[in-house]
Design a protein around this ligand. Structure first.
Ligand code: SAM
Length: 357
């Protein structure tokens, strides 16, 4: 693991271009892995600039592929760049880059969804949560089917200060499908306001930096791409466990066009639905006829706090899932009872949740 140190000369020596490397190692993009490469170094430099100064910093790049963005990160003067790449075909090209940047590029052949980033960097770069972010950044141009589950996992890590956030308020600069980037940063009242907007914004300052047209990638994807920057907040705007917040938001947004009380209702078993919905809305002091997209984060905070209060009074509520109840209703009789109860499966827990009312 590289210790923190100053870099005196950081420009890379002359190298084959990324396109030449792709030809040299026969790195055809795999369509089923959604590989789209960025070969224009002015664009990769622009992405890297969104992360702020990287001089002497530590960086984790996710999915370096043929290494265009990797070159820009190295040229920004980082002290230590750790790249995590799943596809073994890219490792030889990355090794070539590593030889051109001695002691500055570490290569992990692995999957970012399971990689333990909390072990990837020296402990002495950590900063207390309340202070400025550590000199550690995560940067990546990932396939869209990876970047969305990954950001949800990292948001949970931010809430729990685990994984990359065990070092402090590690900043992230990532690419998403343009529509997802818009949802992540959508404000109250906008058409794109969604579950993802609230989940990201209650934990981070989120900034949609710029859009890259699909034609800038090789091969060209069907969609445009947004570059999004996240800085974890010192104080999350909602102070409840992540899973509870996620559950309230998921229920509220399941009927995006209806009044918000419709989604709130589904947090409760049928037997006590009307009564507990009314109690929760009153306690939160939120107008039940607002639409989910019209709710501000303080509204969601008030609703989440009210729900947490009800769960303390009726502990079985926490494991109640409306969709699970629906599923049970449609199962043939006696199919879901004895075995489920024995195994403590979600369906048995959902049944248990019916008991408090
Ligand atoms: N960063 C390169 C660029 O901008 O040209 C490549 C971008 S390509 C869209 C995504 C890269 O992420 C590919 O190299 C792919 O193999 C890699 N990748 C996909 N899933 C991954 C995962 N779960 N963990 C690590 N790398 C992954």
């Amino acid at each position: 693991m590289a210790a923190s140190r100053k870099v005196t000369s950081f420009r890379l020596p002359p190298l084959p271009t990324v396109s030449e490397l792709i030809k040299l190692y026969n790195l055809r993009a795999e369509k089923q892995l959604s590989q789209n490469f960025l070969l224009d170094l002015r664009l990769t430099d622009k992405i890297v600039r969104q992360a702020g100064s990287l001089r002497d910093a530590h960086v984790c790049e996710v999915g370096p592929g043929p290494g265009g963005l990797t070159r820009s990160i190295l040229n920004a003067g980082v002290a230590d760049l750790l790249v995590v790449e799943k596809d073994s075909r890219f490792i030889p090209g990355l090794k070539l880059l590593s030889e051109a940047a001695p002691d500055r590029l570490r290569i992990i052949h692995g999957d970012i969804l399971t990689y333990r980033m909390d072990r990837g960097f020296p402990a002495n770069i950590s900063k207390p949560w309340e202070e400025d972010p550590p000199k550690l950044h995560i940067i990546g141009n990932l396939p869209f089917n990876v970047s969305t589950p990954l950001i949800i996992k990292w948001l949970e890590n931010i809430a729990n200060r685990t994984g990359p956030f065990s070092y402090g308020r590690t900043r992230l600069t990532l690419t998403f499908q343009k529509e997802v980037a818009e949802r992540l940063t959508a404000s109250t009242g906008s058409k794109q306001r969604s579950r993802l907007s609230i989940m990201a914004q209650y934990l981070c300052t989120v900034h949609n930096c710029f859009t890259i047209p699909g034609r800038a990638f090789v091969p060209k994807p069907e969609v445009d791409v947004g570059v999004v920057n996240f800085t974890p907040l010192v104080q999350p705007q909602i102070q409840q466990p992540f899973k509870l917040v996620e559950k309230v938001i998921r229920n509220i947004f399941q009927f995006r066009r209806k009044h918000c009380h419709k989604g709130v209702e589904k947090l409760f078993p049928e037997a006590c639905r009307a009564e507990l919905t009314q109690e929760m809305m009153q306690k939160a002091d939120v107008d039940p006829i607002l639409r989910p997209t019209e709710l501000t984060i303080p509204h969601i905070r008030a609703l989440t706090d009210a729900y947490a209060h009800l769960c303390t009074r009726e502990p079985g509520l926490l494991s109640y899932e409306f969709r699970e109840e629906l599923r049970l209703k449609h199962l043939p009789k006696n199919k879901n009872t004895a075995v489920d109860a024995f195994l403590d499966t979600p369906s048995s827990r959902a049944q248990g949740a019916l008991q408090p009312c």
